[in-house]
Design a protein around this ligand. Structure first.
Ligand code: MG
Length: 369
């Protein structure tokens, strides 16, 4: 396929309720939607999941716009592509900027699957017809968190994740366990602890948590290995894993027992699939993390999570959890904790162009002959 037209939409939507983690409060979600068109008129969609400020990784919406328009699009359109896995190689001359790369690369995957007339899940080797869904509860007043968790359990979510930070951990989890002793529960620390907090983290062992996600440094795999050797709760790595090589080294060191795979963080679907296969061969279960995303990224996540080693419910929730009107149709709806994997070609969702226009703040069309 030869990409002839790239359209970028910088969009902004307000979340139904602000999302609060230890690092940031997100109320308005900006994103870049990528639309690719090939020489035969097929269309592929991608979504850049970087945030407006660099609190999660170093990338932002502005840096992604710059990298995509000045570097990635010229590379993408410089030659014919026979398979989406070639895009990773094509972008190798650009260091990191993984979310910018993933926004484009995932659109190529969607386009390729549509050209083949098959689903994205099938193209990447997905085996599941439904995926299990979990949900994240942001930091809040403990009583509100308890009420919210109760609501999500009633909605059928298979796993609850709560954000923690020093001084907002043991007591909160104790209270949640008091109300919900058996719910599959995990915590995400977003790198707010250090090795000097070992006793504080060890104390969480009594709550039978599924895992503790990313307690230590965003770029660390050494201290995580030390921590894992003294706590019983499985460590899951998120921010530390930005490539297949990171995953390989973390497994070799024993830095984690679980891995969170995010397509944007690792630079695309190809790298995400490779990490999945690596983890499977080492009996490391994986799950798909969320980025407060809109429908296109959610659709790519559903396809990824249909791979067989995604044995832990991910952060893939109902559309209505975040948005009044999303840009894709039909809405993703969690029923009894499950989301069906679409059966129509590509990502399996249609983009509502009217809604996309409504939330577009800036648009750029780049054409190539
Ligand atoms: Mg995380």
């Amino acid at each position: 396929m030869k990409i002839k037209r790239v359209t970028l939409y910088q969009v902004e939507q307000t979340l139904k309720s602000p999302f609060i983690s230890s690092l940031e409060k997100v109320e308005n979600r900006e994103s870049i939607i990528v639309e690719l068109k090939d020489e035969d008129g097929h269309t592929g969609w991608g979504e850049v999941v970087a945030f407006s400020s660099p609190w999660y990784t170093e990338e932002t919406i502005k840096t992604c716009w710059h990298i995509i328009t000045d570097f990635l699009v010229p590379l993408l359109c410089s030659r014919k592509i026979h398979h989406p896995s070639e895009v990773k190689e094509l972008f190798n001359s650009i260091r990191r900027n993984n979310m910018a790369k993933a926004g484009i690369e995932t659109a190529v995957w969607d386009l390729y699957a549509k050209r083949q007339g098959t689903t994205l899940s099938e193209i990447i080797g997905g085996k599941k017809s439904v995926i299990e869904s979990g949900v994240v509860v942001g930091m809040n007043d403990p009583d509100k968190m308890i009420a919210k968790i109760g609501l999500h359990i009633k909605e059928g979510y298979k796993r609850i994740k709560v954000k923690i930070k020093p001084n907002q951990d043991y007591e909160v989890i104790k209270l949640i366990r008091h109300h919900y002793p058996d719910v599959p529960l995990m915590v995400d620390a977003n790198s707010t602890y250090s090795l000097s907090d070992i006793n504080r983290l060890k104390a969480l062992d009594e709550f039978n948590l599924l895992m503790i996600e990313q307690p230590l440094g965003v770029d660390d795999i050494i201290d995580h290995a030390k921590l894992q050797s003294v706590i019983n709760t499985p460590i899951c790595l998120d921010e530390s894993i930005v490539s297949y090589e990171d995953a390989r080294k973390a497994i070799e060191l024993g830095s984690c027992q679980v891995m969170n795979i995010k397509i944007g963080r690792v630079g695309g679907l190809t790298e995400a699939i490779n990490i999945h296969h690596l983890c499977k061969s080492h009996d490391i279960p994986v799950w798909c993390g969320g980025m407060l995303e809109m429908g296109i990224s959610r659709a790519h996540n559903i396809a990824l999570a249909s791979l067989e080693n995604f044995t832990i419910p991910g952060d893939i929730s109902s559309t209505s959890r975040y948005w009044d009107h999303d840009i894709t149709e039909p809405e993703v709806e969690v029923k009894n904790g499950f989301i069906p994997v679409p059966t129509t070609p590509g990502i399996g969702f249609t983009v509502n162009r009217q809604r996309l226009d409504e939330i577009t703040k800036k648009k750029l069309v780049i054409t190539y002959d």
